[in-house]
Ligand binder design. Sequence first.
Ligand code: AMP
Length: 417
Amino acid sequence: MIQLIKGFKDILPEEISLWQEIEAAAREMFENFGYREIRLPIVEKSELFARSIGDTTDIVEKEMYTFDDGRRGLVTLRPEATASVVRSYIQHKMAAEDPIRKFYTIGPMFRRERPQKGRYRQFYQIDAEVFGIASPLIDAQIILMLVSLFERLEVTDVSAHINCLGCPTCRPFFQKALYSLLEAKKDALCENCVRRSEKNPLRTLDCKVPSCREALAEAPSILDFLCSDCKTHFDTVKQLLDKQNIHYQVDRHLVRGLDYYTRTAFEILTTSLGAQNAVAGGGRYDGLVQALGGPSVPAIGFAIGFDRLAEILSQTRTAAAKRPKIYMAPLGETCRTLAFEWACALNLSGVPTEMDFEDRNLKHHMKRADKFHAAHALIFGDNELTQGHAVLRNMETREQKEIPIVNLVTHIINLIR
Ligand code: AMP
């Protein structure tokens, strides 16, 4: 038997109502804040990700699904959405008309990571991005929107962590200080961190290897190196969040796995998923639009791990399966044909109706109706037809009522809806 590939998964009908509930809540929240949906291709030129996410990140170094598409060169299954949103923003010259744009997009991402609970090779993200606003007001608002979405969904076991990653003016000073420490602690670092020390020292702060964590516990924080503009920006974000009663912790060592972040960076962490504790992450990326060939436009965004959020919610919620309102229980060939016509008409009129497509006896029909948790069964054989009515049985109370055959669909619609 052919099985699915490790790290990939099926989202089964039993789980889907939870996914739909999350998606509906996200859409409603984002639309109320003025975000508009954008749908983008799953495959992009590899260069887009190499240039935006960064050559020395885990994603670009070893996690991308890349293949040679002949004349089109190397293409990659998108590992995240921001790069594509930025590409689209630039390509469609959106800034020319109005640089301020707010988007959201929901869909699958692909990373060739080591699969484990909460970490998949195809996973889904709910992504929101804002372009054209440099003010810290939007940083605070996007964090408020994200935290409020979790509250609406009644996810309690989460906390917001924030940090400021500086800008091209102040970050080099921090990188230098960090680099000195990395040099001194070289022997304690993993291979990856040694290699990254030179090219991308910030990423070492994100390393999960215990010896690296220990060696870098006393690492300097970027917060001690911020230029006055970055400091004012971060202070304002914090004050705005305080005013809105949004709880957060300042995490002095928080960095993000992608290179393009500047200033505000944030993550939503949970304790209910074991090792994979991040449910959402995001931040400001003021230089990315320009770095990818667009105008100089500031931007900020986040991505929620849809699978992880669904997993958290499934721990406390049982998904209610969709129940049919009517189960057709025809007895005999003539009645079955009639049941088919009525079932189609009821389905089209918005009354969920099921039927057995084979000829069955009453006992079988009742068993199936119970299995479907149907609210009612409509029972009729040749006798009922000659008498001009069918029997509508309430499957819970067992109460029965006669429904005229003439205009039966209309009678049922009036009774049920
Ligand atoms: P990132 O794009 O790496 O900032 O990730 C944003 C969010 O996506 C994370 O906080 C996770 O919740 C989720 N995520 C990232 N990678 C995976 C993965 N391999 N499997 C499941 N969820 C993931």
